[in-house]
Design a protein around this ligand. Structure first.
Ligand SMILES: C[S@@+](CC[C@H](N)C(=O)[O-])C[C@H]1O[C@@H](n2cnc3c(N)ncnc32)[C@H](O)[C@@H]1O
Length: 241
């Protein structure tokens, strides 16, 4: 426990108040799967499944961007007739993913967004709870556009900007709170880029805390009352034209 605290202190240094996503998730990785009752990932799972409910079409290859320890690999495997690819900025998160799901193809990235995936080869890109950590989303979307097949689909979800506006992204680990560098991308920024890449919005959802998701709060009904009516997550289903 003390060693984690010391490591956090060392990485944070004296000046900066938060860690880069890479450093933070390398530190968080070993405890990431030990928190099964967290609300945000459960709400996100619900949203991702909602967005994929209507016939997702024929998917040979899918790609999980910001895959973490592989929460969504089983879902992508069930939808994909060929391979599931995964990329994450944190090597420690990916090591856990690979140990759990050895059949997953790990993607490397040269020059930040130059992914080791063939052009037009991916039918579904999933990026959940990650885009807020990416500063240059335009360059990332350009790379997604390259690897996506014609009529390919993107599922993009993250924490709602209303929830993040005055807050931060953090993670509690062994009594220490890790704050993670993140970026606020507004809806109008997303929409301008979707137009630029000619990605059609097939579905858009803002997930509020309401009766539809009350069961997710189970033993945390205090949190439910405190958050009722608040927008927690957003989700897009996009189609490449
Ligand atoms: C909250 S976790 C979500 C992981 C996974 N999608 C899930 O649902 O469990 C965010 C993940 O995004 C990754 N990440 C952060 N910045 C990234 C970037 N610029 N490119 C790729 N992955 C990134 C982190 O390392 C972390 O694994």
């Amino acid at each position: 426990m003390n060693s984690i605290k010391n490591l956090v202190r060392r990485l944070l240094g004296k000046k900066s108040k938060s860690l880069s996503a890479r450093n933070a998730y390398n530190l968080i990785a070993s405890s990431y799967d030990q928190k099964p009752n967290q609300i945000i990932p459960k709400l996100d799972q619900f949203l991702v499944e909602e967005l994929l409910k209507e016939d997702p079409g024929d998917i040979a290859n899918s790609f999980d961007y910001g895959a973490g320890t592989g929460r969504n690999i089983p879902l992508l495997s069930s939808l994909s007739s060929d391979s599931v690819y995964a990329y994450d900025i944190s090597i420690e998160m990916l090591n856990i993913l690979k140990a759990k799901f050895p059949q997953t193809i790990l993607v490397s990235a040269k020059n930040r967004f130059d992914l080791s995936i063939a052009t037009n080869s991916i039918d579904l890109i999933l990026c959940n709870l990650c885009i807020g950590y990416v500063k240059d989303i335009e360059s990332l979307f350009a790379e997604w556009d390259r690897v996506l097949s014609k009529q390919g689909m993107i599922i993009l979800t993250d924490i709602h900007v209303d929830l993040l506006a005055n807050g931060n992204r953090n993670f509690d680990i062994n009594g220490s709170t890790i704050y993670i560098d993140h970026f606020l991308h507004e809806e109008k920024t997303f929409h301008a880029l979707f137009s630029k890449f000619n990605w059609e919005i097939s579905q858009f959802q803002e997930m509020k805390v309401d009766e539809n998701v009350k069961s997710i709060f189970e033993q945390k009904l205090d949190s439910y009352s405190a958050l009722e009516g608040k927008k927690m997550l957003f989700g897009y289903k996009l189609k490449k034209n």
